[in-house]
Design a protein around this ligand. Structure first.
Ligand SMILES: Nc1ncnc2c1ncn2[C@@H]1O[C@H](COP(=O)(O)OP(=O)(O)OP(=O)(O)O)[C@@H](O)[C@H]1O
Ligand SMILES: [Mg+2]
Length: 239
């Protein structure tokens, strides 16, 4: 896949609410291809960082740039999977076809692509069920399918397996890998260090709103520069 929006650059990115400094300043460049995992304790700022990158939140100062330009042109090439997926009050198939409707695709094509992605995701048998009635694991797969159908260049996933059992976690990880193999850049948060070892190419470690470390997964895990990173990856509590 030829890059349309990457690299993604965070330049002095800061997010404040009132007098609370919640995130930043962060300077970071994320390139195409690799799977980037964002790790850090609860409340570190992982979700905020992803939401700022995706344009769901506006930075207080600094900027997000895609291929050196602003975010508007990048909107249609990126997608976001939330920890708690929000489903439309429609069938699973209609949920997956919906983003294509917004993009103005004709109805036949919407349906064909939605069916294809439901099959790839292993949930074609759920196509006609009301999305709101699906189980947590099924909803999470549906949410992934709804992102995949848009063939995004960048897929953000915010703790996509946090509430899933080992089997569903395995399925989700395989699907994320399949999506990555089609050329999609993965930017994902997790708490699960075993998952980091299974999935990550590069790691960002965030603590108290600061980017403490960024680098290839082997380097961050085996030779962390910062003692806080070393403690976190060893599973010690950061107080
Ligand atoms: N609008 C807001 N007003 C005040 N505080 C906020 C706001 N949004 C986020 N925060 C705070 O910012 C911090 C970072 O939140 P964030 O959701 O990014 O954490 P996280 O690293 O994703 O944590 P978790 O692992 O629990 O998901 C938290 O302390 C949170 O309470
Ligand atoms: Mg979070």
């Amino acid at each position: 896949m030829k890059s349309k929006i990457l690299p993604l650059q965070l330049q002095d990115l800061q997010y404040r609410v009132g007098d609370l400094d919640l995130l930043g300043p962060i300077n970071l460049t994320l390139e195409a291809k690799s799977k980037t995992l964002v790790i850090g304790p609860n409340g570190a700022g992982k979700s905020l960082m992803l939401k700022l990158c995706h344009g769901l939140l506006k930075p207080t100062s600094g900027r997000i740039s895609w291929m050196g330009g602003d975010s508007l042109a990048a909107d249609r090439h990126q997608s976001f999977v939330f920890q708690h997926p929000i489903m439309l009050r429609r069938t699973a198939l209609e949920n997956v076809a919906y983003p294509l409707k917004i993009r103005g695709l004709p109805s036949d094509e919407r349906k064909a692509r939605a069916i294809e992605v439901l099959e790839l995701t292993g949930i074609a048998h759920l196509a006609d069920r009301p999305a709101l009635k699906l189980s947590g694991g099924e909803k999470q797969k549906l949410s992934l399918a709804r992102s995949w159908v848009t063939r995004p260049e960048v897929l953000f996933l915010d703790e996509p397996t946090a509430n899933l059992d080992p089997r569903s976690t395995y399925d989700m990880e395989k699907l994320i890998d399949q999506i990555h193999q089609t050329g999609t850049k993965i930017i994902m948060t997790t708490h699960d260090m075993a998952q980091v070892r299974r999935i990550a190419d590069e790691l960002c470690f965030i603590h108290q709103g600061k980017l403490i470390e960024h680098g290839p997964v082997e380097t961050v895990l085996e030779m962390p520069k910062n003692p806080m990173t070393a403690a976190f990856v060893k599973g010690e509590l950061l107080i």
